[in-house]
Write a protein that binds this ligand. Structure first.
Ligand code: HEM
Length: 459
């Protein structure tokens, strides 16, 4: 009798439980959404949602971390489920998701603020009042100030001078928040690295996790900036001499003439320093690596920049000089395309949204797979080749979305282009170098696994 019960459990219950677990997310999230879709005459995109809680994360991490071919995650879906207008369902980062991977769908999502809001799983480590988390009017007000302060021609002209000859954390910290080089800045540098690390981590706030560490680092950064803010409030006359982004935020007023609260100033200035520094240094690192791999590109870059210096006795260049560097600007665009510093961005559907006969269910996250647009041969011929000359012709509409799009488009997109061009100018004019090419990428942080070894010498 006991043997019969045991057999029933083994043959009946265990497979049933296994089957249920295997299809849990499809049943729990997919089924109700599918029923809503059929009622509205649309269908749910194809895809698998995986086991409870983890969903398809193991598969995702396999492609990102183990194989180091993140875009093959999408290719495997295309292969398995067939062609769609660029959308598949899945379950990632603890939520049911729609993966968006076509230029037109990405553009549609990025431009539909009424249907999709940004809810970055880890954005709260930047502070809920930061531009990154702000919504609606508060977002528009801070964004237009930041764009004026760092991303418009006048501001860029000033920053071009300020950022030379070196583009470092010290420069960003000085121009944005007035910090001078010294022990406080060194501490901030370390703390910011901790914050950035947690930004891309799984949002699990538990001692020992990267996310938990990031929150702790953010708290310490916040305290350092709070002290700075107090100093400024006690010495309002210093603002004129400093003329930096932090003072600008302290002066910013809304439609009713009200200033930002202290927490808003702090959350914003901190997120801007973090947001600016890491992507800039990563894109420089990528430029160095790619130019070492493609010496002919480096040679053309050098020729153009040497020619500019011949006509220009000044060592430092201006934003107007940069505008003349046509090949250098193509190297910048191509570096940004290949580097894919922002691989994915996230939105949440605020209602059921229809796209070309498919449904994006309310409450589901949309993972915009930006990097896939730039590595898909349908958009860029021979995409893995670093070829600045491809920019001689205009690229396929909407296929270049390194900075996102719509109202949330990157606030530093022109600043980073300028900084990269200035960096390339000084690099190409003054140095030659070689790199160890066996380096592997450590995605998702777009960092290099073993630290690329570069040997520099003066030209
Ligand atoms: C290679 C460099 C960079 C890349 C690839 C990049 C990419 C992006 C992307 C894709 C977004 C949109 C996120 C979304 O739609 O959810 C974004 C937003 C943002 N970026 Fe960048 N970024 C870069 C450099 C910078 C720099 C230098 C700054 C300087 C402050 C900056 C500040 C911001 C801010 C504040 C936002 C939020 C904008 C908003 O929510 O309205 N970024 N960035």
């Amino acid at each position: 009798m006991e043997t019969a019960t045991a057999m029933t459990v083994v043959l009946g219950v265990v497979p049933l439980v296994g089957w249920l677990l295997w299809w849990w997310n499809d049943l729990w999230f997919g089924l109700p959404a599918k029923m809503r879709c059929s009622a509205s005459g649309t269908k749910l995109p194809p895809g698998r949602m995986g086991v409870p809680f983890f969903g398809e994360m193991p598969n995702f991490l396999w492609y990102f971390k183990r194989l180091r071919r993140p875009d093959d995650y999408i290719n495997s879906k295309r292969h398995k489920y067939g062609e769609t207008p660029g959308l598949y369902k899945s379950h990632l980062f603890g939520s049911p998701v729609i993966i968006a991977c076509s230029p037109s769908l990405n553009k549609f999502v990025l431009q539909s603020d009424a249907n999709f809001i940004r809810e970055w799983p880890t954005a709260k480590i930047f502070g809920i009042n930061s531009l990154i988390c702000a919504q609606g009017k508060a977002h528009t007000r801070i964004k237009s100030f930041v764009l004026r302060a760092i991303n418009r021609p006048d501001a860029l002209r000033q920053m071009a001078v300020m950022l030379q000859p070196r583009v470092t954390f010290a420069n960003i910290a000085k121009h944005f928040a007035g910090f001078e080089p010294g022990p406080v800045l060194d501490t901030l540098d370390e703390l910011f690295k901790g914050v950035m690390h947690g930004f891309r981590a799984f949002p699990l706030n538990f001692p020992g996790t990267a996310y938990h560490h990031a929150i702790q680092c953010h708290t310490k950064v916040w305290e350092i900036f709070r002290v700075e803010l107090e100093k400024r409030k006690n010495n309002p006359d210093g603002a004129k001499a400093r003329n930096d982004l932090m003072d600008g935020l302290m002066e910013l007023k809304d439609d009713e003439g009200k200033r930002l609260r202290d927490v808003e100033v702090l959350d914003n200035i901190i997120s801007l320093v973090v947001g600016a520094y890491e992507p800039i240094s990563l894109s420089m690192m990528w430029a160095l690596y790619l130019l070492a791999k493609y010496p002919l590109v480096l040679q053309k870059l050098r020729e153009e920049n040497m020619n500019l210096s011949k006509n220009n006795d000044e060592v430092l260049i201006t934003a107007e000089d940069v505008a003349k560097l046509t090949y250098t600007k193509k190297v910048v665009e191509e570096t940004l395309r290949v580097a894919n510093i922002a691989s994915l961005v996230f939105r949440t559907a605020t209602k059921d949204v229809e796209y070309k006969g498919y449904s994006i269910p309310k409450g589901w996250k949309v993972v915009l797979w930006l990097r896939y647009l730039h590595t898909n041969p349908e958009n860029f011929e021979d995409p893995m080749c670093f070829n600045p000359d491809r920019w001689n012709e205009s690229v396929k509409p909407e296929a270049f979305q390194v900075f996102g799009g719509g109202s949330r488009i990157c606030a530093g997109n022109m600043l980073v282009r300028l900084q990269l061009a200035i960096f390339l100018h000084h690099l190409a004019r003054a140095y030659k170098y070689t790199a160890n090419h066996k380096t592997e990428l450590s995605l998702p942080s777009a960092n290099f696994e073993d630290g690329v070894e570069l040997t520099f010498s003066k030209l």
